[in-house]
Ligand binder design. Structure first.
Ligand code: GTP
Ligand code: MG
Length: 112
């Protein structure tokens, strides 16, 4: 029997960039709600892709935005919290934004 690989992958980015659509595509089923309205995903959604030689757990997350209320704060926090749970983060991001700098700093702290 060959090697079996497994890991956790978080999907992170601005609202409405296609995170949930990509996860559904990778899994081959409609697990997460998708729509053309930003902030459709309100909480972390987990799905598992199992193949003969690997298993991948995807974490779809709410879009990162500047929160205007408690629900928004919860959504952004639930996305950022996945950083601590995963082996890999897939980012949809403009690297010149301030948020990206903040994440790079957080990432360094977590990696130490
Ligand atoms: N043209 C195009 N549209 C896409 C693509 N992927 C997703 N969309 C559309 O973009 C919109 C948003 O898709 P979602 O998957 O809901 O986006 P999301 O990043 O999960 O959004 P939030 O949950 O609000 O953060 C939907 O109308 C999708 O049909 C793509 O690759 N190309
Ligand atoms: Mg979504």
């Amino acid at each position: 029997m060959g090697k079996f690989y497994s890991g956790f992958v978080s999907l992170i980015g601005r609202p409405n960039v296609g995170k949930s659509t990509l996860m559904n595509c990778l899994i081959g089923e409609k697990i997460a709600i998708t729509s053309n309205k930003p902030q459709t995903t309100r909480n972390k959604i987990t799905s598992i892709l199992t193949k003969d030689d690997f298993q991948c757990v995807f974490l779809d997350t709410p879009g990162i935005h500047k929160p205007k209320h408690k629900l928004g704060e919860f959504m952004v926090r639930s996305a950022e919290n996945t950083f601590k749970e995963v082996d890999l983060v897939l980012f949809w991001w403009n690297p010149q934004t301030r948020y990206w700098k903040r994440i790079s700093m957080c990432w360094k702290n977590w990696a130490m």
